[in-house]
Design a protein around this ligand. Structure first.
Ligand code: FES
Ligand SMILES: [Fe+2]
Length: 456
């Protein structure tokens, strides 16, 4: 595993040391049991920072966005001073859900039951028959219940734990890694939310390994090196994972090293002639890096100046504990998130979104994981059920596997995982979930794994 002492600018590198991993059994009940599901929500989901909203979708004071996590619904609201605050989406009169829409703009949030009205800062501003309350007028006294909220990389993060530490500490090396990319300035070009018949961890496990690439996504080898011996796997004490895959040449597993159309198109985009690389296909990656470095800034890709050479071609895939994964390239952010169903452990909600950089003067369509989208297009958020329609080849392939795996987890014949070395991040993830369930996390112990984490 690579360990870098300092980054390319001479700054101390983010700490991606690899924590020790135990012998953790991971059995089917973790994905099917209602009791495990409830404990997970109580002890883990309510104690972690969650990537929930996007700042650009609520630019003005009074703009708001709603996101649900399991049984909870959270409102994020832009304030007069430009900050964002988050609240449980529940009226404090008699518990009605305050809003049902996805996003909007308000002067006040008015509950549909008895018309109590809350200001964007959460304060109750109107109650019908206010003089009739024996406790006195509730206005000015009652507030929406607030949730910790911070912003980073253009996203809004919340934590339901009132004692939670800062987001930056929670993200650990991810904070520095992502700060190199212009994530906050990227624009959304794909937004599918899919109800999938599997536990949320099935999806997250899949994004924690690349062992499935050759069998499930054979076409990825066209321009990504998927072999585990040439992939860098990292983990950190904060429980997040990172995987770095070279891209810009055909994978070794691809017969004959033959160049295929997508890579040839990329080469031509950067003024490279595929014919010049016959017999030396492995040189393409470095040639692409040189061309992007040379031509990028004059073509409006000024953010390349902040990236290392390898970041100009390679895939950096992160898993952020507990439920977020992203593939970052020099020009895009493939946003992959799974969220638990409100009550059913065998259902989840999967978000397959894509954000792209917006180089000045660039007019060519954006290559998203679901095909080309015209530059500048307004992309609507679509909420669908599994199987309704394609959400892009790669994610269709992943989803088709996860549903079958969920069926297998129900079987009394399944004994639990039998993991390879390159799947170690899965074991680590489950170990950390159990640390939450046992109360070892979130407080203290971030840097010391307990000697005896039992499987649950
Ligand atoms: S429950 Fe909201 S006003 Fe009564
Ligand atoms: Fe996959």
């Amino acid at each position: 595993m690579s360990e870098v002492a300092e980054d390319w600018r001479g700054h101390p590198a983010p700490d991606w040391r690899r924590p020790a991993i135990g012998e953790h059994p991971i059995q089917g009940h973790r994905y099917t049991s209602r009791e495990f599901f409830e404990r997970e929500f109580e002890h883990m989901w309510t104690k972690v920072w969650l990537l929930l909203g996007r700042e650009e979708e609520m630019p003005n004071p009074g703009d708001w966005q709603r996101e649900d996590v399991g049984p909870e619904s959270i409102l994020m609201v832009r304030q007069k001073d430009g900050s964002v605050r988050a609240f449980y989406n529940v009226c404090q009169h008699r518990g009605n859900r305050l809003v049902f829409e996805e996003k909007g703009h308000v002067r006040r949030f008015v509950c549909k039951y008895h018309s109590w009205a809350f200001m964007p800062d959460g304060e109750l501003n109107f109650a019908q028959d206010a003089e009739d309350f024996p406790q006195g007028n509730p206005c000015g006294k009652v507030r929406l219940n607030e949730v910790k909220c911070e912003t980073f990389a253009g996203f809004i993060w919340v934590n339901m734990d009132p004692e939670a530490g800062p987001l930056q500490d929670y993200l650990g090396p991810i904070w520095e890694d992502w700060s190199m990319y212009p994530v906050a300035d990227m624009r959304r070009y794909l937004a599918y939310t899919v109800n999938v018949p599997c536990n949320w961890k099935v999806i997250q496990d899949n994004f924690n390994e690349s062992y499935h690439l050759r069998s499930v996504h054979p076409e990825a080898a066209v321009q990504i090196e998927e072999g585990y011996k040439e992939t860098q796997f990292d983990m950190c004490d904060e429980a997040h994972g990172r995987m770095v895959m070279h891209a810009g040449y055909p994978a070794r597993s691809l017969e004959g090293n033959k160049l295929r159309a997508p890579l040839m198109a990329l080469m031509r985009e950067w003024d490279l002639d595929p014919a010049d690389f016959r017999g030396r296909e492995r040189d393409i990656r470095l040639a692409l890096q040189r061309q992007k470095r040379k031509l990028g800034p004059e073509r409006g890709f000024t953010h390349y100046d902040n990236l290392r050479d390898e970041q100009l071609t390679d895939f950096y895939h992160y898993t952020v504990f507990p439920n977020f994964a992203v593939s970052i390239t020099a020009d895009g952010f493939h946003f992959l998130r799974s969220r638990p169903h409100p009550t059913n452990p065998e259902q989840c909600v999967f978000d397959n979104w894509f954000y792209a950089t917006e180089p000045e003067g660039e007019t060519r369509p954006v290559g998203t994981p679901a095909g080309l989208v015209p530059r500048g297009a307004k992309v609507e958020h679509e909420i669908i059920d599994y199987g309704d329609k394609s959400i892009g080849l790669g994610m269709d392939q992943d989803m088709s596997i996860t549903t079958g795996q969920q069926l297998g987890f129900r079987s009394r014949g399944y004994r639990g995982v039998y993991l390879s070395g390159q799947e170690a991040r899965i074991r680590r993830y489950h170990e950390v979930i159990d640390e939450y369930l046992q109360g070892v996390r979130p407080h203290g112990r971030l840097n010391a794994r307990p000697a005896s984490v039992r499987s649950i």
